[in-house]
Design a protein around this ligand. Structure first.
Ligand code: ADP
Ligand code: MG
Ligand code: MG
Length: 488
């Protein structure tokens, strides 16, 4: 397991760094730098610097991943895609979970109320598009062979999954470096460095939904955050949508939708000015910070009421909350939705221990166990985007501060312990040798027309790698880098 990458001297690393930086800058493997601190003395040159780009944070080497575990993650993705859809159609199941959260989580409550309002009004658009990403860390038991390590699901993201484009490009970077410098051992061939088609699969999902909508002159709208630093990951989707499918994408913030949007009085078709929108693709709208004022909620409401196909629907977004993941892990719950016992067993094998923090007997037991020892647990609120979880002793501190009712806003999960490997991280042009752990993401593309499944596909993969000392793994949040896999 350790002999896939030879030790590299400082001199060789500098050569690799230059090659990697040029590759990143010439292939759009880039992000916007953080904005310079605004001071009275902020100069013109500072502002211009903010308009330039820097290399996306990447690893210099691909990281090892067990082939059997990788193949398994790819294999079960269509089952997860279908599961999200089936749960989204079970009103009672969603209602029970969302009502249990509604008194303790304002954001989920507001989303659920929006969902109810739109549903009561009558569904204008029966189709749903899902572009999901299921995230896994491999669990290596003491004494177990690396190649036998199994995947454990961290979470299933159903809204605004990112890095589809930059992950494909990072795989290209690693294959380029290997081809030009032979920097991995000669035991590594290209079949062990699988490319990811996520740079094109997300655009192809949007194109399928656009085609289903059925208007050639309409455009796909990406709903973006103002001042997005990860805009190039998004732009590649726009460029592929145009190049491969002849469909134009526009970009609007939630506030701009409120300002510029209207619904056709008869069809409820969504218009931005005089531009009809076929698909609303959210790369925003998942965090409380995406709704700083009522205007953003107005924008969301308008889009939701419209005839445009939503990616995701609010129901899919709600299915992605961590409480749903925890409930599904309880005995018999997953099996309510996945009728084939073999399929259910495949999915269940990817679950790690998940526990409620409610007033049920299981919830009380989990609470008491966490107060006694929280070292092997992570506590999660119903939030997305990284940086929200609570670890170790902090769990005990927070648990003691919460009322029994407030605890229900969180779930507990067993910590997954992956093998530690070595890599060299390249961020903002600087190299850092580090002991690292990785998290695999598998993209899923799913389209349902309201009556039948139109598409249920795999959409490529992502590997994110972070220093072992960091609890969280968000690339955008500054904890991790984008990586690719060497299958061993
Ligand atoms: P978010 O929706 O904010 O991305 P996640 O559940 O993915 O929330 O948690 C964020 C990060 O925390 C993950 O990328 C991972 O690095 C770490 N993490 C979450 N759950 C676990 C776990 N069970 N074991 C180990 N690390 C975890
Ligand atoms: Mg998430
Ligand atoms: Mg995550």
């Amino acid at each position: 397991m350790t002999d896939w990458a030879p030790t590299t001297s400082e001199e060789q690393l500098l050569i690799l760094k230059d090659a990697a930086l040029d590759f990143a800058l010439s292939h759009g493997l880039v992000v916007r730098p953080p904005p310079p601190p605004v001071t009275a003395a902020t100069s013109i040159s500072n502002i211009q610097e903010a308009e330039g780009v820097i290399n996306a944070p990447v690893s210099l080497f691909p990281s090892p991943f067990p082939k059997a575990a990788f193949d398994n993650a790819v294999k079960i993705q269509p089952l997860f895609n279908q599961l999200v859809h089936d749960i989204s159609e079970d009103d009672e199941f969603l209602k029970e979970i969302m009502e249990s959260l509604s008194t303790v989580d304002d954001f989920v409550s507001r989303l659920y109320n929006l969902y109810i309002t739109v549903k009561k009004r009558g569904i204008t658009q029966p189709a749903s598009l899902g572009i999901h990403r299921s995230d896994y860390i491999i669990n290596l038991n003491p004494g177990q062979d690396f190649s036998d390590a199994k995947i454990k699901q961290v979470e299933l993201n159903t809204i605004s999954v990112s890095f589809g484009s930059l992950s494909s490009l990072t795989g290209d970077l690693h294959r380029y470096l290997h081809a030009t410098t032979g920097y991995l051992t000669d035991k590594v061939d290209n079949s062990m460095l699988p490319s990811s088609d996520s740079i094109s699969s997300i655009a192809s999902g949007l194109a399928s939904a656009h085609e289903l909508y059925g208007s050639k002159t309409a455009k796909v709208m990406m709903v973006v955050q103002p001042g997005e630093r990860n805009a190039f990951d998004q732009r590649w989707i726009e460029y592929n949508l145009l190049k491969n499918h002849g469909v134009v994408m526009i970009r609007r913030t939630l506030a701009e939708i409120a300002e510029q949007g209207s619904l056709h009085p008869e069809t409820s078709a969504l218009y931005m000015g005089d531009q009809e929108v076929s698909v609303v693709y959210y790369r925003s709208a998942y965090a409380t910070t995406d709704y700083p004022t009522e205007k953003e909620w107005e924008g969301r409401m308008l889009a939701e009421k419209s005839l445009a196909i939503k990616c995701p629907t609010i129901a899919y977004q709600l299915v992605g909350v961590k409480k749903v993941q925890q409930v599904l892990a309880a005995p018999g719950q997953l099996e309510r939705f996945v009728k084939d016992p073999a399929d259910a067993a495949l999915l269940r094998a990817s679950f790690t221990g998940l526990y409620p923090l409610d007033s049920s007997p299981e919830g009380i037991t989990a609470y008491e166990a966490a107060l006694a020892n929280s070292d092997e647990l992570v506590m999660k609120p119903q939030r997305e985007g990284g940086g929200n979880n609570i670890y170790g002793k902090d769990i005990q501190k927070v648990l003691k501060e919460l009322t029994p009712e407030q605890r229900n806003a969180y779930i507990l999960m067993d910590i997954i312990r992956p093998p530690i490997t070595k890599n060299v991280l390249l961020r903002k042009g600087q190299l850092l040798r580090a002991d690292v752990v990785s998290e695999l993401g598998i993209y899923g593309i799913y389209l349902h027309d309201g009556k039948k499944v139109v598409r249920n596909d795999n959409g490529g993969h992502l590997l994110r790698t972070k220093g072992v000392e960091s609890n969280e793994g968000g690339v955008a949040a500054g904890f991790a880098v984008i990586d690719s896999v060497v299958l061993l």
